[in-house]
Design a binder for this molecule. Sequence first.
Ligand code: BDR
Ligand code: CA
Length: 318
Amino acid sequence: MSRPLLIDTDPGCDDALALLLALERDELDVVGLSTVHGNASLADTTRNARSLLECFDRTDIPLSEGAKLPLTAELETAEHIHGPGGIRGELPEPTSATEPLEQHAAQFIVEKAREYEGELTLAAIGPLTNVALALAIEPDLPDLLDELIVMGGAAFAPGNVTPLAEANFRSDPEAAARVVRDAEPTIVGLDVTNGANVPGEWIDALPEETALGRSIVEWFTYYSGAQLEQYEYETTAIHDALAIAGIVDEDVLETETYHMQVGTDSDLDRGALVCDATDVTDGKPNGSVALEADFERYRELLTGSVERTLDTLADRRA
Ligand code: BDR
Ligand code: CA
């Protein structure tokens, strides 16, 4: 039986590949998408999410638009990383088939959690504003979900936007603090996602005759040379896809349980994920963090899904 999954997302090149993976695998049944500000403005991330549903031929999946702004922080977007409009590639214009629902994403998340009581997995791969709002509407959200997987944070690795903070957590530190405090998340952060790349030779061999083929190559290579050098990556890390791979196959990630908090005070600590690794506080464990990953299995899942998606969509459009 496939696992019902709702993805809260801010596409985003790595979000696009995470979505491709989730849609291709039979283990998962994507029952909805919700969008949030993040890699670009909400208008752009919503348009990108709609275009992705169109280009994967999955206009049957309901989509709900969420928060335009962080809870209290200023909006900061990442077009310098993902490209103008927050994504690269040649995406189709959205049609009326992917018109967002009337319902706000926070309400949509709560309703889907109630509909699939105890069985829904929520994967949050953007800033946590919608999830924090959903928790404010329904404090029992964690009990209604099977699992909340969050791509975000850097527990023991350095941050990617400040020395301590990862981009999704830094974009809305108050929301991240709320979710980490109250929602028992499984956190898939930079500790593991920094290694979530695929071999350059495999990317180079992808067929580029179709718009989708060319787009996929751009999603896999969205970092500039400067970023690759800065983080000493061989190819771009596809952060969000590792979180989805961990849902497809539970052996992909190894997690540890900690008492955790997210900093919200000073410029230095805003968005920092702090794990009490030595039990020096009397805080109870409130979530888990992925510290090891089976990257071979992850690569197999992602590259296999890309190859099959390209074949299937090429056949369908031939
Ligand atoms: C996270 O930030 C975004 O830019 C990516 O889509 C990913 O969700 C990585 O820090
Ligand atoms: Ca993302």
